[in-house]
Design a protein around this ligand. Structure first.
Ligand code: SF4
Length: 472
């Protein structure tokens, strides 16, 4: 397997040619575990010294996770590619009646769940288009069928399903969505889905939190305030979620920083609900950025607690270096129920123009992908995990990312047809052996996790998490 590699790090980084002295102030903050400002982020994106940016991201990543690198055994199930919208960047959607449009029935779902259990999977990740006519009961059946099939076979499958965009669509088809009180409708459908067995939400559909960009490239999709509302309500219901950022299209680097800042604030609030105590800080809105007028400006300047998980220490075993457990190790109450949810992982997703309406754009290349992931690790100091999603980054690039801020490369995956990198088939699967080999080759110890980042022990296809599962 080809391996991309930076030159070996020198013990004394200051002796390197090309080091950017402006990064010293950022380095000092990172070493002290202080929160980085938007200006710091702008420097991290603009400096030619990407070497130091990556070095700092690696330092933070090792503080949190030592030499552990996570993967899981999972299966993807896209229940339908029929979508009411036609986003410019999307090559996945079809219209009802198109020759290659599909909608899976429950026999298909059951068969896929059986195959997942046979393969020892711990998770089914299920998303799809915004189907114009499927009733809400279809989605309840989808979750129930997966969960019941696993139970019948003496196993368990965590269902991570429905992006925020789909959740809002479900609230609309369930006729509970009201513009003047959208949280109630979102809460209604998420409660029903959770009761049916939904375990967590994936992070898709966030794109980039900027209304101008949304209206240009993702018109019709929910805007940032709605996306954040869906995840806040999910967290309040005890569901964990992930977050994504889709970059490398028509956005500017500063838009990526605004996106990260909005996620960081949302996570501060989620962690505060879990009992974390942070230092009070004022929202950093310095500099001229296009989202000054966006949804979150209503409490601009409001004091909120800054909760950092990336303070200095030498732990690397599930605490933040000061002995404070990472959320996944204390997120259950005495009855085994999730107290409250939070963002587990940030997943930077590069934009692939091929086959979309934005085909004329070049899309990001390797160093841009590496830098964006490293900056995400440094700015999102309250996110426990950063994922190098190998399906979109490629496995060799995911290896390099493990050395520069990422601690997770996702899973074995089968049938990923949201994005086909370089014209690849929708059947994209690697073996556990291949994932472990890639992780070891990058210099880390492979650790199998479940969806909630609990370490997994297994005997063949039989598995269990190292702590009891939450009853959600
Ligand atoms: S990105 Fe999602 S909502 Fe937009 S067209 Fe594709 S499937 Fe539909």
């Amino acid at each position: 397997m080809p391996t991309l590699a930076l030159p070996p790090r020198t013990p004394d980084a200051d002796r390197r040619i090309g080091v950017d002295p402006r990064l010293e102030a950022v380095r000092t903050k990172v070493l002290a575990g202080q929160r980085l400002s938007m200006d710091d982020g702008r420097l991290l994106f603009s400096t030619p010294d990407i070497y130091t940016v990556c070095e700092l991201a690696d330092l933070v990543r090792r503080r949190l996770h030592g030499d552990a690198a996570f993967y899981n055994i999972n299966r993807h199930l896209n229940y339908s590619n029929v979508c009411a919208l036609s986003c410019k960047f999307c090559e996945f959607f079809r219209k009802a009646g198109d020759a290659d449009a599909y909608t899976r029935d429950m026999a298909y779902v059951r068969e896929q769940a059986e195959k997942a259990v046979e393969a020892g999977a711990t998770e089914i990740h299920s998303v799809g288009g915004l189907h114009p006519t499927l009733p809400f009961s279809y989605y309840i059946d989808l979750i129930g069928t997966i969960r019941d099939t696993a139970k019948r076979l003496g196993s368990d499958l965590h269902v991570k399903a429905f992006t925020a965009v789909e959740v809002v669509h479900l609230a609309k088809i369930a006729k509970v969505y009201r513009i003047d009180d959208r949280a109630s409708g979102i809460r209604h459908v998420l409660s029903k889905l959770r009761d049916a067995g939904l375990g967590s939400l994936p992070g898709g559909g966030a794109e980039v939190f900027d209304d101008r960009i949304h209206d240009e490239a993702f018109k019709g999709k929910i805007r940032s305030d709605v996306w954040l509302d869906v995840h806040r309500v999910a967290h309040e219901l005890g569901l964990n979620s992930n977050a994504t950022i889709l970059y490398g299209h028509i956005e500017q680097q500063n838009d990526r920083l605004v996106h990260m800042e909005m996620l960081r604030r949302a996570q501060d609030r989620a962690l505060a609900r879990l009992g974390y105590r942070g230092t009070t800080h004022t929202l950093d809105t310095t500099g001229d950025h296009p989202s000054d007028h966006l949804g979150y400006s209503h409490d601009e300047g409001a004091e909120i607690p800054a909760i950092t998980l990336t303070r200095p220490g030498t732990d690397g075993h599930g605490t933040d270096g000061h002995g404070t457990p990472l959320p996944e190790s204390f997120a259950l109450d005495a009855d085994g129920r999730a107290k409250s949810g939070y963002f587990q992982t940030i997943i930077p997703l590069p934009f692939f123009p091929d086959g979309s309406e934005l085909e004329h754009l070049p899309g990001p290349a390797g160093l841009e992908n590496l830098r964006t992931l490293a900056v995400a690790r440094l700015m999102l100091d309250n996110f426990p995990h950063v994922k190098a999603f190998w399906i979109m980054q490629t496995l060799p690039m995911a290896q390099l990312m493990l050395q520069n801020g990422a601690d997770d490369i996702d899973g074995t995956v089968v049938w990923y047809d949201i994005t086909k990198v370089g014209g690849t088939s929708t059947h994209q699967e690697v073996s556990v052996w291949t994932l472990q080999k890639a992780i070891r080759e990058a210099g880390f110890t492979p650790v199998e996790r479940d969806t909630l980042y609990r370490r997994v022990t297994r005997d063949g296809a039989k598995w269990k998490p190292t702590t009891e599962a939450a009853s959600r």
